[in-house]
Design a protein around this ligand. Structure first.
Ligand SMILES: CC(C)(COP(=O)(O)OP(=O)(O)OC[C@H]1O[C@@H](n2cnc3c(N)ncnc32)[C@H](O)[C@@H]1OP(=O)(O)O)[C@@H](O)C(=O)NCCC(=O)NCCS
Length: 191
């Protein structure tokens, strides 16, 4: 297993129609706008709707490198390979007690959606997790109502393994929602 701490720099990972790369200062405005999106707020627990460009620049310069250096999360910006424009965030969080198991989290800004780039981003993230980090398994939780993510997850190679009842809180209504608990093993990743 390769620990995140051993990467001297956040790598650039080619994913065909997307690239995963280190977030940079120039992403802050698009990131702030993406975080305010209603679907990101609904489906990404803890996504800060009130993040400012300034607070995000601090997150990009200090928070993200600290996650990598501490081995707790591989955080990438999803970008357009031609223009390098920021499209969203893809990350693998690695629990300290189970360091060979990752949890995948992905969001794209509304302008970047609907072009099947989410599947490419998720696949590239999982390929990085299996090939570079030698993870044994990657998990994902997705709200039952989140049709796009459920489809994208299954196209990437995730299988539904169960239902986690009341796993997610919808901050706009205060209601809890069941989540699909999905998992992927190295041989499941779709090319
Ligand atoms: C979830 C999310 C990343 C999906 O991104 P997206 O750009 O909306 O998804 P895509 O358009 O690439 O994929 C969904 C659609 O493409 C289709 N699709 C995706 N990959 C495909 C493939 N390889 N082959 C065929 N169809 C595919 C899906 O069937 C679906 O089709 P539809 O047109 O019938 O809806 C995005 O909606 C988002 O950021 N949502 C808010 C945050 C969130 O929910 N994150 C997940 C929490 S775990």
């Amino acid at each position: 297993m390769r620990a995140l701490e051993t990467f001297p720099d956040i790598p650039r990972v080619d994913g065909g129609v997307v690239v995963l790369r280190a977030a940079c200062d120039a992403d802050a405005a698009a990131m702030a706008e993406g975080l305010r999106d209603a679907r990101v707020q609904r489906y990404i627990p803890g996504a800060p709707a009130d993040a400012t460009e300034q607070s995000l620049r601090r997150y990009i310069r200090e928070g993200v490198p600290a996650y990598w250096a501490g081995g707790s999360a591989a955080v990438f910006a999803v970008a357009d390979p031609a223009s390098d424009a920021f499209l969203g965030i893809a990350m693998l969080t690695l629990p300290r007690q189970l360091p060979d198991i990752g949890e995948a989290v992905l969001w794209l800004s509304p302008a970047g959606r609907g072009l099947r780039r989410a599947t490419a981003a998720l696949r590239t993230l999982c390929r990085f997790g299996f090939e570079e980090l030698q993870l044994a398994r990657i998990e994902a939780f997705t709200a039952v109502s989140n049709r796009a993510m459920r489809l994208v997850g299954s196209y990437a190679g995730f299988s539904t393994e169960g239902v986690a009842r009341a796993r997610l809180l919808d901050p706009s209504t205060g209601r809890r929602e069941d989540a699909i608990f999905a998992g992927m093993l190295p041989g499941d990743l779709q090319p």
